[in-house]
Design a protein around this ligand. Structure first.
Ligand code: EPU
Length: 416
């Protein structure tokens, strides 16, 4: 199994170019199921999750041709309605085919994803919303089986804002009969990007990016030509990498407006941040000040940046309290960070991090995508060498991570 070896202690400096957003590309690929024809999707990151989504679409009968970040997806002839367990278990975002399949084909059979390393992650709100729209939804042999002749517009209230739940139901509602209102909807930029993509296909959507989204159903959509927005979590990850080494990095091809919470916290730590259209620069300080963070739905501090920020707080001056409110079990990186010398205590859904002067390189194991990124960040600052195993987690969500880090001076290589 492959691992990543990092020789820590090198100040990073230079420019990193950001890729298309994973969590935007995945729903946009699914949106292609809504309209028959040839879709052209650009700025698609080369990631394992994107490959998995391509396989899932092919399994449904679509023809998928990726070439240098541009995906041609032909959905003229869909032959199946099923997302099998083998694919869903490797990528929960597979559940995003549910809404589009029911809307276009009147039926879907999608494996229930089950729990994962960051929490139970139920999809009850996706299913309740489809039922509100008139679909019959059953659980049979571990699969969600949903049927509807034509979905009907409905008023749907989410008990808790859910990103993929909002996306699934927004896609379903585009072809429903009448008006759908999604209340307490997720406001994440990925939802807004998907709404823009659907609008380009002829959908009638208002309010994406706020907690109330109104969708007026149309009888058909046309194929898209759409470019995926930049990845805000990748952006934040490279900022944290530059920060922990006291370096000076410029992030290009990004959308600074999507990172307000992260940039505010980095400034509070003492880093100098400048930004302009499509770029952010960070200038390091000797040692960051410890600051508290609490993860929240957008525009709050993203749960997908919690682990990376915790790595930074491990070497901060003082005590930091990191509270995770989105997922109940997203602290798997702590045990590994402690193996590198971090001083962290968990109290319920909060991690109390007492900064230490230095982390020490160690063999560590990645448990999920963002946990892996936090170990890479910690290893970049640690004294000596670290070997991070189970690199496949990183390959799910970071395009060319070693290359990008090498480009700003990191001593990082893949082994095995
Ligand atoms: N929830 C429910 N019922 C539901 C759906 C969600 O109780 O039916 C709860 C979840 O258990 C969680 C909260 O609602 O406590 C929010 O979860 P959400 O549904 O928003 O998460 P998601 O849509 O499954 C997406 C991203 C995640 C990211 C979260 C939160 C994609 C493909 N995934 O997941 O990304 O952490 O939103 O922002 O968009 C990652 O990229 O590493 C990643 C895990």
């Amino acid at each position: 199994m492959q691992s990543i070896v990092i020789e820590g202690g090198k100040r990073l400096s230079g420019e990193v170019k950001i890729s298309g957003a994973k969590n935007s590309a995945l729903p946009i690929l699914c949106a292609s199921l809504l309209a028959p024809g040839e879709h052209v999707i650009s700025n698609v990151p080369a990631l394992q999750d994107v490959i998995t989504m391509g396989r899932l679409l092919e399994n449904l009968g679509a023809k998928v041709q990726p070439s240098d970040g541009i995906f041609h997806v032909n959905t003229e002839n869909l032959t199946k309605d099923e997302a099998p367990y083998e694919l869903v278990k490797t990528m929960r975002a597979s559940v995003l085919v549910l809404g589009p399949l029911v809307a276009r084909r009147g039926s879907a059979r999608v494996s229930l994803p089950g729990g994962c390393a960051i929490g139970a992650r139920p999809i009850n709100l996706h299913l309740a919303g489809l039922r509100d729209m008139g679909a019959e939804v059953e659980i049979e042999h571990g699969y969600v089986v949903a049927r509807a002749r034509r979905l009907k517009g409905a008023r749907i209230y989410f008990d808790t804002p859910t990103v993929t739940g909002t996306e699934n139901l927004m896609m379903a509602a585009t072809l429903a009969d009448g008006r759908t209102v999604l209340e307490n909807a997720a406001c994440e930029p990925e939802v807004t990007d998907l709404a823009a993509c659907l609008t380009s296909m002829g959908a009638k959507i208002n309010g994406a990016g706020t907690d109330t989204i109104r969708i007026e159903g149309v009888s058909e959509l046309k194929p898209m030509k759409y470019s995926v927005m930049p990845d805000r979590i990748e952006t934040g990850t490279y900022l944290a990498a530059g920060a922990i080494t006291g370096g000076e990095v410029r992030i290009s091809g990004c959308e600074p407006a999507h990172l307000a919470a992260v940039l505010t916290k980095l400034r509070e730590c003492g880093f100098e941040i400048e930004k302009g259209p499509g770029w952010i620069t960070l200038r390091g300080c000797d040692r960051p000040r410890a600051v508290d963070i609490k993860t929240l739905p957008y525009p709050g501090f993203p749960t997908d940046m919690q682990a990376q920020f915790m790595a930074l707080m491990c070497v901060a001056d003082g005590l930091s309290v990191i509270t995770e409110t989105v997922f109940e079990n997203r602290f798997m990186h702590i045990a590994e960070l402690k193996r590198m010398g971090a001083d962290i205590k968990v109290q319920g859904n909060a991690a109390v991090v007492q900064g230490v002067k230095n982390l020490l390189g160690a063999p560590v194991m990645a448990t999920d995508l963002r946990a892996s990124a936090s170990l890479v960040i910690a290893a970049l600052a640690a004294k000596g060498s670290s070997e991070i195993s189970r690199v496949y987690h990183l390959d799910r969500g970071y395009e060319k991570m070693e290359e990008k880090l090498q480009g700003i001076g990191a001593r990082i290589k893949r082994a095995g």
